[in-house]
Write a new protein. Structure first.
Length: 265
């Protein structure tokens, strides 16, 4: 009868593991544990982000680069010991206005444009020397980083006025073991970072937006996972192994129960 007792203990262990893991998957991470009285006062504003520029000028160093509409020309005209610094935008007509002269430059390389500008200012400036820098419009992509218990961690493009909720959604949403009321936002330099706390559970439970923080460029959003979630993940990996190992013993235990015949006398 000692074998029956041991088999019973093993069966109880398996049932305890399976029942202990099961409810964890039913937890709603969006449910706040805070009472309704913890809601921030109405009208708490989220500080708007500076709009910034979607595009930024980038200097083109190649002398073979072709000038196009929308490019910016930065020109230095040297005359004797002095110099004039001029700047002009290439308009739709292909013409850039540099102080008192209009120069058609669209389709020219930097070297060709320098020569054309020299010819244009030649009647007004004696032996001018022209140095041109070409600046093209390049997309300036702002980034944020989302890590932790989300489905798609990593770097993500940042839209204007982005919040923590939008960042988590961009990371393909959170996992069921996520701890949404203790999300960390790490901001600033790594030597002296500023750590902020966002609470999306409060937002999703009560509609309280006060802890849905506005993000800045290069912010790191970390969504932690509850400890029970770590145990659940470990249980999911161990349960198949335990099930396979105890399958023969469990079958023998069932035979003993239904037949009433002990395996060992």
């Amino acid at each position: 009868m000692s074998i029956k007792r041991e088999l019973g203990r093993l069966l109880c262990l398996v049932l305890a593991i399976s029942t202990g893991i099961g409810p964890l998957g039913c937890r709603n991470p969006a449910q706040s544990n805070l009472p309704p009285s913890a809601i921030a006062p109405p009208g708490t504003p989220i500080a708007p982000l500076p709009k910034g520029d979607v595009y930024a000028d980038e200097t083109v160093l190649s002398p073979d680069a072709v000038i196009e509409t929308g490019d910016t020309l930065e020109v230095v005209i040297r005359r004797g010991a002095g110099e004039d610094k001029l700047a002009g935008l290439v308009r739709e007509t292909g013409v850039a206005t540099l102080s008192f002269v209009d120069v058609e430059v669209r389709g020219l390389t930097v070297a060709q444009a320098e020569e054309r500008i020299r010819q244009k200012v030649g009647p007004f400036i004696r032996q001018p020397r022209v140095d041109l820098q070409l600046k093209k419009k390049a997309a300036k992509v702002k980034r944020i980083f989302v890590f932790g218990d989300v489905k798609k961690p990593g770097m993500h493009p940042m839209s204007r006025h982005m919040t923590v909720l939008q960042a988590v959604a961009q990371a393909d949403n959170y996992n069921e073991t996520a701890l949404l009321d203790e999300i960390r936002v790490i901001r600033g330099n790594l030597d002296r970072p500023e750590v902020l706390t966002a609470d999306l559970a409060r937002l999703l439970t009560y509609g309280d937006f006060s802890r849905n923080l506005a993000l800045e460029e290069n912010d790191v959003v970390f969504v932690p996972r509850e400890r029970l979630g770590d145990a659940a993940e470990a249980g999911k990996k161990l349960l198949p192994i335990i099930t396979v190992a105890l399958a023969p013993v469990y079958s023998a235990f069932l035979i003993t129960i239904f037949t009433g015949t002990p395996l060992l006398k």
